[in-house]
Ligand binder design. Structure first.
Ligand code: GRG
Length: 299
């Protein structure tokens, strides 16, 4: 199986599980809120964060089935963040995953509430007994997800990003500022997804930390690849508008470093990711491929 086939197969399984969890814990089918949550959650997306949970858990011999619900919780947070990010008050996008964004398919207030409900659904899923039999593990997973998603993680990253876009702050962003912003906005959830796999596998100390650092390198690679796509990709292949950052004069690692140096930093991040998983030998082959895929992805 190629890496893309493996990612696609995992996406199919996670999509199925997301659909079941939405039916079990979400609003009744037929409610406008249920339809909007379904639009935000199902029908597209690489399901990369659940894939990372499942694959990092596999390093510790956890079978995919036992990591699926924790992965689904991460995907709910991710999909809420996309629905809110696409709103006119934030990044203002009409297209996501090749389809109308939630507020275009419904309206703004529905998109806000669907996002809110997906965020809370994530924590309901994470704290259900089926996610892990040990309450201490569920509690640690819940803390990990909350920390990554919240005011010291993704929301802070989004705040810094919008402060730059809408208020021009800081006036002269440094590479350090952009890197911090991105590590929070995109990296925090990706790194926590990897760490969650290690937590599911009972890993502690330096081993858990190494898996997290793998996720941090991956997050950086993911963001630089996204910036390169914005600078060089076309909307049809990417499934959303491109050239927006460039047209807005936005500071990204690509605009601050130039395309060549950004590419070099991307390769560096991939090597860092590989280095962290070296002690796992062949067991880490899929995750190493995931890092390479992240760097080379075209959508
Ligand atoms: C609204 C609090 C709040 C946060 C939003 C994630 C995010 C923060 C905004 C998304 C904007 C964006 C384009 C970020 C760059 C990287 C990124 C997260 C891309 C989308 O993730 P993928 O490629 O998407 O995993 P799919 O569709 O495959 O799930």
């Amino acid at each position: 199986m190629t890496f893309m086939q493996r990612l696609g197969a995992a996406a199919g399984l996670i999509e199925q599980r997301l659909s079941e969890l939405l039916a079990e814990c979400g609003p009744e089918k037929g409610e406008r809120l249920a339809d909007a949550m379904e639009h935000a959650l199902l029908g597209g997306g690489k399901r990369f964060r659940p894939f990372l949970v499942v694959e990092t858990a596999r390093l510790f011999d956890v079978v995919p089935d036992k990591a699926m619900d924790a992965g689904a919780a991460f995907e709910c947070v991710h999909c809420y963040s996309l629905a809110h990010d696409d709103l006119p008050a934030m990044d203002d996008d009409d297209l996501r995953r090749g389809r109308p964004t939630v507020h275009k398919a419904f309206d703004e207030w529905t998109a806000i509430l669907a996002g809110d409900a997906l965020l809370t659904l994530a924590f309901e899923i994470m704290s259900r007994q089926g996610t892990h039999p040990d309450a201490a593990v569920r509690s640690e997973l819940t803390r990990l997800l909350a920390h990554a998603a919240g005011g010291r993680g993704m929301v802070l990253g989004q705040m810094l990003d919008l402060a730059a876009d809408k208020r021009g702050e800081p006036a002269a962003p440094t590479i350090g500022h952009v890197q911090r912003l991105q590590a929070l906005k995109t990296g925090a959830l990706l790194a926590a997804a990897c760490e969650a796999g290690a937590v599911l596998g009972g890993a502690t100390g330096e081993i858990r930390a190494a898996v997290r650092r793998y996720g941090e390198h991956l997050g950086l690679a993911f963001q630089i690849a996204d910036d390169l796509l914005d600078a060089e990709g076309d909307a049809e292949t990417v499934g959303k508008a491109t050239g927006k950052d460039h047209a807005a004069g936005k500071a990204t690692l690509v605009s601050l470093l130039g395309i060549e140096a950004a590419r070099a930093r991307l390769e560096d991040a991939v090597r860092g990711a590989e280095r962290e998983l070296a002690p796992f030998g062949d067991k880490a082959a899929t995750l190493i491929e995931a890092a390479r895929f992240t760097a080379s992805r075209g959508h």
